[in-house]
Design a protein around this ligand. Sequence first.
Ligand SMILES: Cc1cc2nc3c(=O)[nH]c(=O)nc-3n(C[C@H](O)[C@H](O)[C@H](O)COP(=O)(O)OP(=O)(O)OC[C@H]3O[C@@H](n4cnc5c(N)ncnc54)[C@H](O)[C@@H]3O)c2cc1C
Length: 397
Amino acid sequence: MDLSDTREEAAFRLKARKWLEENLPQGVANRGFALAIDEQTVRVLTEWQRRLWEAGYLGLSWPKEYGGQGASMIESAIFNEEMARVRAPAPLNELGLSMGGPTILEHGTEEQKRRYLPKILSCEEIWCQGFSEPVSGSDLAGLGTRATLDGDHFIVNGQKVWTSLGHLSDWCMLLVRTDADAPKHRGISYLLVDMHSPGVTVRPLRQMTGEAEFNEMFFDDVRVPRENLLGPLNGGWGVALTTLMNERATLALATVMRFRNVFDDLAELGRQVIREGTCTLAPRVIRQTLAQFYVEVESMKYLAYRNFSKLTRGGTPGPEGSISKLLWSELNQRMNEFAMVLQGPRAALAEGSNYSVDDGRWQYALLRSRGNTIEEGTSEIQRSIIAERLLRLPKGY
Ligand SMILES: Cc1cc2nc3c(=O)[nH]c(=O)nc-3n(C[C@H](O)[C@H](O)[C@H](O)COP(=O)(O)OP(=O)(O)OC[C@H]3O[C@@H](n4cnc5c(N)ncnc54)[C@H](O)[C@@H]3O)c2cc1C
C-alpha cells in the first residue's frame, strides 16, 4: 500500500485546498458530527453544496452521465480529506450523497439513475433513510411497514422512527414488507418514496441536545408508483445492505481527519488547563490520556487506508466497516468525556454562558455523542458483525 500522492494527485490536492480555502462558508456553528437543522445552517449548507457541485467537486467518482465527475475514488477521497482538513462543513444532502446515491448507482435502472442522481448532487432533492421502526431497529429485517401492489402502485402503511432530516427531505429510501409469508429477510422491498405524497406525516423528535435532528414518520395509504421499486421485488434486503455498508464505509478517511481536528483541539484544551492550573489532574495524566487518544486516531487512520485500498482494487464496502464504526463512535464519547474532566467545575456551563469553555462546544458534543453508539447500528450489533462475519466465530444467542 503506497500512501503517497502521485504527481497528478498532489496537483489535484493543491488545487482543491486552494479552492476550499477561498470558498469556505462562514458562520456555521461547530456541531461536530451532528446534521444541520436550524434554518440559517440549512440555508448556508444548501448554498455550500451548490457551490461544491458547480465547481465540480461533488460526485467525484460518480459517472459523468449521471452528473458526476467521472474521476477516481482516490481523487474523491483526497477531496474529502481536504474538506476535513480545513474543517469545511458537510454538504446538506449528506444522506443522499453517502447512501442514497451509491445504492441507486449499484441497483438502479438506467431511468432511475438519470432521474435521481443529478438532483442528489445539485441539492435540488434532499434524501432521508426510512429503515428503523419502533420495534425493529437492530432487528431491521423484522420491519412491519407493509406495501401491497394495487395495479401500477404500491400502497404503503406503517410507521418509521429516528428518520434523520425527514422533516427537510423530498425523498426517502424506504424499506417495506411486500411478502408477509416469506422468511423475514426475503419478504422486504426497497422503495424510493416521494415525501410530498398524500398520506406521509412527519413529526420531529427532540433529542437531549435540545435539537430535533430526527423524526417519526407515518404512512397512511401512501401510493408509490411501481417504477419506484429499487432492485427486485422482495429482494430489498440485499439493496439495504448496500446502503448500510456505504453508510459505514464511504467517508472513513474524512472521518479520521475530522478526528485529528478534534484531537488537536482537545490537546490545546489540555495545554490550556495545565498552563492555567485549573485542572486537578496531574499534567502527566493529561499527557498520557492524550497520547492514548492519539494512538487510537492513528490506528483508525491505518484501518481506513486498508479498507480504502480494498475499495480501490474493485471491492465493495464490507463488514470491516463495523470496526471503524465501533472505533470512532466509542472514541468520540471518551474524548468528549475527557474534555469535561479537563474543564473541572466549568464543565457544568453550556453554550450561551459567558464563562463556558469554547462556547459550550464540548458540552454539546458530549450530549450528541451518546447517539453515536446507537445510530448506524449499535456497538453491540457491530461487535456481533465483527465476531460472526470477520472472525467467523459461532453465532451467539
Ligand atoms: C442520532 C440517530 C440518528 C438516526 N438516524 C436514523 C435514520 O436516519 N434512519 C433510520 O432508519 N434509523 C436511524 N436511526 C436509528 C438507529 O439505526 C437505531 O436506533 C439503531 O439501529 C438501534 O435500534 P433501536 O433504537 O430500535 O434499538 P434496539 O434494537 O431496540 O436495541 C436496544 C438495545 O438492545 C441491544 N440489542 C438489540 N439486539 C441485540 C442483539 N441481537 N445482540 C446484542 N444486543 C442487542 C442494542 O445494542 C441496544 O443496546 C438513528 C438513531 C440515532 C440515535
